[in-house]
Design a protein around this ligand. Structure first.
Ligand code: GTP
Ligand code: MG
Length: 186
């Protein structure tokens, strides 16, 4: 129970995806409502942050585990998937910054390999969402049409949304939607 005397549901949210797609930025935007322009890659294990949202008759505490996207840390992801309730598979809708976004979503192996890893190592009841980030960028920088993400998500039965960690656009919506679905299931 919290201060509002609502029953509390705690859920572990693991954020995965290639380096530089905005996983840390998304977590920081949601939990701290801030944005860091300077890229500081997540190294080694991961970082943890948390925020609670109230729904009609329950409070959901989102415990967010932000993983490192670099290939050399990938073997650590299965460990973080233990006990996870939700996984966000994040990609960058643009390819403008090739220094850290080296391989496009367009190569289906990239995002599919993350989805496969979630399927392989995540708990049986893990709910996965596909998130296309950086929609604040100019249209001419977009490499992945919305429909492409949508179709991929539909094909895998995933929740789908496009976000901007920079502007905050639809970040809260993602967690609201996920929270509502969670509360309905409990
Ligand atoms: P790793 O920790 O290496 O796996 O990367 P990451 O996925 O955590 O990426 P991070 O959040 O550190 O963001 C990488 C870069 O992209 C940073 O320079 C961010 O400022 C920038 N960035 C993140 N989200 C957005 C966004 O929504 N829009 C724009 N324009 N830039 C973003
Ligand atoms: Mg990071």
């Amino acid at each position: 129970m919290n201060g509002n005397l609502l029953p509390v549901i705690k859920v572990k949210v693991v954020v995965v995806g290639d380096a530089g797609v905005g996983k840390t930025s998304l977590a920081v935007r949601f939990t701290d409502n801030s944005f860091i322009q300077h890229y500081k890659q997540t190294v080694g294990g991961n970082e943890f942050c948390s925020r609670a949202l109230d729904f009609k008759d329950k409070t959901v505490v989102f415990n967010i585990w932000d993983t490192a996207g670099q290939e050399r840390f990938r073997s650590l992801v299965p460990m973080y998937l233990r006990d996870a309730g939700i996984a966000l598979a994040v990609y960058d809708i643009s390819s403008h910054n090739k220094q850290y976004c080296t391989i496009l979503f367009r190569n289906p192996l990239r995002i599919l390999s993350w989805l496969l890893q979630l399927q392989q190592y995540g708990p049986r009841d893990l709910k996965c969402a596909l998130i296309g980030n950086k929609i604040d960028l100019d249209d001419d920088l977009r490499e992945v049409p919305t429909q492409e993400g949508q179709l991929l998500a539909e094909g895998h039965g995933l929740y789908f949304e496009e976000t901007s960690a920079k502007s905050g656009d639809r970040i809260d919506k993602v967690f609201n939607d996920i929270g509502i679905a969670l509360v309905e299931r409990c």
